[in-house]
Design a protein around this ligand. Structure first.
Ligand code: GDD
Length: 326
């Protein structure tokens, strides 16, 4: 019999890539959305799987709806991706962010514990939980957590609840501490996609600048398509554990600009960048660089797409998307 997977946040970047992976493996994929009649499924459509994902209505702020969804889908695996995931917005939206990311995860954990206790659960934790904390300039599973945004604090709560439920009830609940992962399916509000979209527009004469905040932040950027494989592997192990998933290399926003503008033959991108205070955060995480040795050893996972290949993939995709059809 086919395994059943339940994915919350199925319409997002990770939801789309994971759905494609699980469908390929023969799973029945149930995707939770707020309202299936009005869901924007462009990412699933891009991957040509929109008609193969079975949508189900549910809401992380509504306990009863989660119980209904878990009972109806009888999942073997649950992946909790639904979240308010834009860090910058979380200062304005701190209550809603906590309601969804923190209490929402707890509601789902309770629904799975009570109605599908044999299911394996994956919590989307994040490198943002480290803040500026590091061990020898990198972060791994042992690095102390010191979140620097309402978003990161909400994710920290969900992370520890997942660990606590595993330890309290012996459930197969894991947390993946994922560093930034990008792709052509990334939302336009995140800096990578904002840059590749802007670069494509500049090349096609549709824009003359990109407005950005801090160019100094360093991030460990990997390819989302690689990262969903690690999530699946975590749930196939004999023992539930938490893993850092990252590339182990870090780049500044400036480096990203270098690589993206190089794709359209521009070396000096400074004239095309406007520094805009609106895109600076009250507090930012300065440098993230993850050590994923544990995942490499236990899961046999490693990233396949390099930073340069990722930037190229995104710029090429935006150029194709924005070029007028003949
Ligand atoms: N979004 C954005 N827009 N970021 C900018 C801009 C801008 O105009 N200018 C500079 N930045 C800087 C941000 O200040 C931050 O230091 C860095 O670019 C990356 O920002 P984002 O792409 O928004 O990602 P993030 O690192 O804050 O968070 C992402 O990764 C986390 C995992 O580490 C999100 O996907 C989170 O949901 C995820 O948990």
């Amino acid at each position: 019999m086919a395994k059943s997977a339940l994915i919350t946040g199925v319409a997002g970047q990770d939801g789309a890539y994971l759905s494609a992976l699980l469908l390929e493996k023969g799973y029945d994929v149930h995707g939770m959305v707020h309202d299936k009649k009005h869901a924007d499924l462009w990412r699933l459509e891009e991957l040509q799987i929109a008609d193969r994902v079975q949508l189900v209505d549910g809401d992380l702020t509504d306990q009863k709806s989660l119980e209904r969804v878990v009972k109806a889908t009888e999942p073997d695996e649950v992946y909790n991706f639904a979240a308010r995931s834009f860090v910058a917005a979380s200062w304005q939206d701190s209550v809603l962010t906590s309601e969804v990311n923190a209490l929402g995860a707890l509601r789902l954990l309770n629904a799975v514990k009570d109605h599908a206790p044999k299911a394996r659960y994956y919590q989307a934790s994040t490198s943002e939980m480290y803040g500026n904390s590091h061990s020898d300039n990198m972060q791994d599973e042992t690095t102390p957590l010191h979140p620097r945004s309402p978003y990161a604090i909400s994710k920290l709560f969900a992370h520890w609840m997942t660990v606590n439920y595993r330890e309290s009830y012996g459930l197969f609940f894991c947390s993946g501490i994922l560093f930034n992962h990008e792709s052509p399916l990334r939302g336009i509000e995140f800096v990578t996609r904002k840059i590749t979209d802007g670069v494509a527009r500049i090349k096609l004469g549709l824009a003359d600048h990109i407005a950005l905040g801090s160019l100094d932040a360093e991030r460990d950027w990997g390819f989302a398509g690689d990262y969903v494989k690690a999530m699946w592997l975590m749930l196939q192990q004999d023992e539930a554990q938490d893993f850092v998933i990252s590339t182990g290399t870090t780049h500044t926003v400036r480096d990203f600009l270098d690589a993206a503008f190089q794709e359209i033959g521009i070396d000096n991108w400074k004239p095309y960048i406007q520094q805009d205070e609106r895109y600076r955060r009250p507090l930012d995480v300065e440098r993230l660089c993850g050590k994923s040795d544990k995942a490499q050893k236990i899961l046999g996972w490693k990233p396949e797409v390099s930073f340069e290949a990722l930037v190229r993939m995104m710029v090429e995709w935006d150029l194709r998307r924005l070029t007028p059809k003949a």
